[in-house]
Design a protein around this ligand. Structure first.
Ligand SMILES: [Mg+2]
Length: 103
């Protein structure tokens, strides 16, 4: 079996870190892990709101990505395949995905 690349490689790296640091990856933690993803997005929002530098906003967004990769690992999903499949779907959607507002 070949070494993972792309998102799956990052997912494996995150999983190695969380395992080494003693964080559980049990699927019993899914609710908690989903909530923790939200906290990182909230931290990014708060940093932006307070006028902190974009580096700090970016750091919090990377925290969110790390937590998402950890959850994807706990769910034993193929992050690269999911990404490619979803991007294929999104490229086929209409301009602004057919929404009237937001984006
Ligand atoms: Mg954070």
């Amino acid at each position: 079996m070949s070494e993972p690349t792309g998102l799956n490689a990052k997912m494996a790296e995150v999983r190695a870190l969380t395992d080494a640091k003693g964080f559980s990856s049990s699927q019993e933690r899914i609710w908690e892990m989903l909530a923790l993803i939200h906290t990182e997005v909230s931290e990014a929002t708060d940093a932006y709101k307070k006028g902190e530098g974009m580096e700090k906003v970016g750091e919090e967004l990377i925290d969110a990505i790390i937590r998402i990769l950890h959850l994807l690992s706990a769910l034993e999903l193929d992050a690269d395949q999911l990404f490619e499949d979803k991007m294929d779907v999104n490229w086929k959607r209409p301009h602004k995905y057919g929404t009237a507002r937001g984006g």
